[in-house]
Design a protein around this ligand. Structure first.
Ligand code: CA2
Length: 154
């Protein structure tokens, strides 16, 4: 149960990331999404934050979640998966998040197929961490913790 007196970092995962560790380990590594959640929990705990970790394969659900947390989350880490390269709607939702937003990709999207080079999210996020494997999630959490108290658009 989250302690409401503590700040919360929300980690949102998009489509197919539930398959992490089960398929294509040469690309995405061997850690499962449950492993990533455990790692994020340790990271958030170390920074004195609660963690809310979610995954969906449904774009409307992702948009509803972003709306739900837009005023309450101190930071949002998002790996939007394939929607990164297609979704103006997710970009528009993220543009209304008050806390720090960090885009994460396990792989280096700029070194992959050309259709992955463009992200609709990058310029509405405060930072992007790409190609650092699943430890990029922890780096994103550390970044949010380190920026706490700074004005986001300042
Ligand atoms: O590198 C990333 O984190 C991506 O966001 C992963 C997305 C991909 O569409 C983006 O271009 C880059 C794909 C997520 C699918 O994850 C899988 C994991 C294991 C097996 C199959 C899919």
């Amino acid at each position: 149960m989250a302690d409401k007196s503590r700040p919360t970092i929300v980690v949102l995962n998009g489509p197919n990331l539930n398959l992490l560790g089960e398929r294509e380990p040469e690309k995405y590594g061997r850690a499962t999404l449950a492993d990533v959640e455990r790692m994020c929990l340790e990271c958030a705990e170390r920074g004195g934050h609660d963690l809310d970790f979610r995954q969906t394969n449904h774009e409307g659900v992702m948009i509803d979640w972003i709306h739900e947390v837009r005023h309450s989350a101190d930071g949002v880490v998002i790996n939007a998966g394939g929607w990164t390269h297609t979704s103006v709607a997710i970009r528009d939702a993220l543009a209304n998040v008050e806390g720090t937003v960090v885009e994460v990709h396990i792989t280096d999207i700029h070194a992959r197929e050309e259709f992955r080079h463009f992200s609709y999210i990058t310029d509405v996020a405060d930072a992007a961490i790409v190609g650092h494997g699943v430890r990029g999630y922890c780096e994103a959490i550390d970044l949010i913790v380190s920026r706490e108290g700074e004005p986001r658009h300042g």
